[in-house]
Design a protein around this ligand. Structure first.
Ligand code: B12
Ligand code: SF4
Ligand code: SF4
Length: 371
């Protein structure tokens, strides 16, 4: 259907009330729902389809096979939803001013998929009401085959940084993206055509695992975010040490970015992304010790509605063992030894490897005794 059904003269931008365009209403409502940025674009072939294909072919996706499975739809945003002609793209701040810590900022509170999908559906319901009949469409927040950053740039929200993040001049990059595809003609915003990294290379220099092999190319197989969240099996031994004290996800290439240093935003007081009690203020070692002692029922209770459930308890215990191998002390040998018999072979292997590193470190710190 077209927005002309909302009472506009054919060929003009639809109006819901004299003088107020549907587009203006959508934007006002999006801000009212708590989104920080909103832009409109037409669906169509992704401008960065070739970049995406090259990235997949280079094997940079690692075990994330779902990316290749949905590749046709990712290359063309008209395909995920039959008849989709427009995309409303929103961004939501998750607190770039929060202190850095063992859990990436995005994952400390409620699951952003739930928070944003709910609000995008509310926005969809408003569009239906303004148009006067149901508009076919669907909301996505990392929940389907969409190249969200591609659409966001097209909708004018920002540029692709050398760290591959979508960066906005007003709020930096600590925000989530969401998309509402609609079978409706909306007047698009101009795409964001410039880039503002200049000669800066801070993110490339700071990445602990050299995952950013060159500007704008991220090899997920080396990225701490992939290794601690997406990878289901063993973390390659040579990448365990550079993970340092990162338990879940990584913010380093965003922390160092001047755009975040300058424009990163605080979390609003009532934000659902505020850290859960279990995580708030805890350092990597303490959190790792607690997780290694956790049982499945406790985990399910503590992480209900959290994005951290994605790694499952076995994944978090694997990560916790790596952390203690990196930053633990002789006092952690007991905690690790207790998990040596964990039912998961994955956990047992990482605990054994952490113990051997920790013991070697403790031994090398002992004073030398003359024989
Ligand atoms: C797979 C994935 C990952 C993978 C791979 C990330 C990657 N850079 O490819 C892993 C697990 C490593 C990951 C990590 C993170 N992710 Co992630 N991830 C995704 C997902 C599901 C798909 C991304 C994808 O298709 N990657 C393939 C590459 C080729 O595409 P791309 O990363 O989107 O890059 C595009 C542009 O940057 C551009 N581009 C990049 N370089 C260049 C260079 C040139 C010359 C050109 C022309 C274009 C170009 O083209 C690409 C294709 O459109 C999206 C959600 C979605 N459906 O889009 C979230 C998403 C990208 N992730 C997000 C977040 C928050 C993160 C983390 C910050 C989480 C964390 N703290 O640990 C990190 C950041 C790491 C980083 N520097 O990117 C947000 C990013 C928001 C933003 N402001 O950009 C998204 C959009 C989820 C969301 N709905 O909010 N993620
Ligand atoms: S998220 Fe961390 S590991 Fe991944 S590219 Fe950025 S700095 Fe490197
Ligand atoms: S750190 Fe520098 S190079 Fe990297 S994304 Fe930010 S501005 Fe661009």
């Amino acid at each position: 259907m077209t927005a002309a059904g909302a009472g506009a003269t054919p060929g003009s931008t639809a109006t819901v009330r004299p003088g107020v365009t549907l587009e203006a209403r959508i934007k006002a409502q999006a801000y009212g729902l708590g989104f920080d940025l909103v832009g409109l674009t037409r669906t169509g072939p992704a401008h960065t389809a070739d970049t995406f294909d090259g990235w997949l072919q280079a094997g940079h996706a690692g075990e994330m096979q779902y990316l290749a499975r949905g590749a046709d739809k990712r290359r063309d945003s008209r395909l995920p939803v039959d008849g989709a002609r427009s995309a409303i793209v929103v961004a939501m701040n998750y607190g770039g001013r929060e202190p850095t810590g063992p859990v990436a900022r995005y994952a400390r509170g409620d699951d952003y998929h739930d928070v944003m999908i709910e609000r995008l559906r509310a926005l969809h319901a408003c569009v239906d009401a303004w148009v006067g009949e149901p508009v076919h469409g669907k909301a996505y927040v990392d929940t389907g085959p969409i190249l969200e950053r591609d659409l966001a740039r097209r909708a004018g929200l920002g540029w692709f940084g050398k760290n591959t993040m979508l960066i906005n001049r007003g709020i930096g990059s600590f925000f989530f993206l969401g998309v509402l595809l609609l079978d409706l003609d909306l007047e698009p915003d101009p795409p964001f055509e410039t880039e503002h990294c200049g000669t800066c290379t801070r993110c490339l220099d700071a990445c602990p695992t050299d995952a950013l092999s060159e500007a704008g190319v991220l090899d997920a197989r080396r990225c701490v975010s992939y290794l601690t969240i997406e990878l289901k099996g063993a973390i390659p031994p040579d990448l365990r040490e550079p993970i340092g004290g990162l338990l879940y996800g990584c913010d380093i290439c965003q922390d160092v970015c001047p755009w975040n240093v300058r424009f990163g935003r605080a979390l609003p007081n009532d934000s659902r992304y505020a850290p859960r009690e279990l995580l708030a203020g805890k350092d990597a070692r303490r959190l790792a010790r607690e997780l290694l002692g956790m049982r499945q029922e406790e985990f399910s209770r503590a992480f209900k509605g959290s994005p951290m459930k994605r790694a499952k308890l076995r994944g978090l215990k694997r990560n916790a063992a790596v952390i203690l191998g990196n930053v633990g002390t002789a006092d952690d040998i007991d905690v690790l030894t207790r998990v040596l018999e964990d039912e998961e072979p994955l956990v047992r292997e990482h605990v054994a490897s952490a113990l051997s590193r920790l013991v070697a470190r403790a031994a090398s710190a002992l004073p030398r005794v003359a024989l």
